[in-house]
Write a protein that binds this ligand. Sequence first.
Ligand SMILES: *Cc1c(COP(=O)(O)O)cnc(C)c1O
Length: 386
Amino acid sequence: MSEPSPGGRFGDYGGAFVPESLIPACQELDRAFRSAWGEQAFHDQYEQILEEHAGRPTPVTDATRLSERLGVRVLLKREDLTHTGSHKINNVVGQALLARRMGKHRVIAETGAGQHGVATATACAMFGMECVVYMGEVDVERQALNVFRMKLLGAEVRPVASGSRTLKDAINEALRDWVASVESTHYCLGSVTGPHPYPWMVRELQRIVGDEAREQCRRILDGTDPDYVVACVGGGSNAAGTFAGFVDTLARLVGVEPAGGAAVGRGLPGVVHGSRSMLLQDEHGQVSESHTISAGLDYPGVGPEHAHLAAAGRATYVAAEDGEVLDALQLLAVTEGIIPALEPAHAVAWVARAAGTEDLPEGSTVLVTMSGRGDKDAQQVMDILG
Ligand SMILES: *Cc1c(COP(=O)(O)O)cnc(C)c1O
């Protein structure tokens, strides 16, 4: 995947649609990341921390029993085996390192389901930085366990009472804090969304997933690449990081959105939270709510680079329904002994549905990014399945 234009454009998408007061902060961050990412020493430090504290590199597992069942060869990139249990740690460790390099001792973040808040609080504890997490009041109540985790990790959680009191309001509040505190504070954004440089920076911090996986697949597949590379898409960071490793191969890239939050599949172009992308909106152009079983994919927008990859025809975006996601979670559990998070179960659901059709012919090899483990969702799944 290529670099965006200097203004952060991926084709017709991206950019930095923020209040004037935030432009200098975005530009400072762009300069700082560009300089850090150009230095081998920064890469070495980032990779060493992920190796020592987060269990990288994560393996690629040949899912032999699942493959037998489906008639396609499934390989799993195991981000579920990282410290804190998902790919989010890659992004937050990179941003915490960058914040320290920029001389900022305070980090703020937004969170919906709480997973990005927990990951940010974890990185801040590792680096001895002050951490404030904005979270809608509704989410604070729904995600009490993650709120407690963040507090255990030394973070302050600030409930947001405005608007619908969920993720989008938490993002607005975090942006407001950043405007007022930019001298001392870094805003650690959680996906490939928001104004430039975030979509590009977060993709670069997640490309370790795809770069590792490409090498590992070549070892397993006698020097060849998988025919298909599949990942779930909320904001799109695990998919962007995975795709980055394969975009210059012949692999077909497939992003799987939740049916009730299919921003690429069912959205329209629009601007939200600082960038132009595809997003779910009503007939008046107002952002509509997404509805999905998976809290981590519950976002009406999507990162601008995915909108661009779809428009350019380089990646395909499909949707999975809640019911088939629950089936896929159970299928992976009984065939491979892996209980995935509900998010990557979307990717498995599409593979299970498409296997043996012209979308995913019998005998194909397919890499699926297992973005996270299912412990966090066990209670919810138990309540549904009984
Ligand atoms: C947060 C999360 C996602 C969704 O975020 P993306 O930016 O789309 O990757 C997916 N899987 C897991 C396990 C998550 O925690």
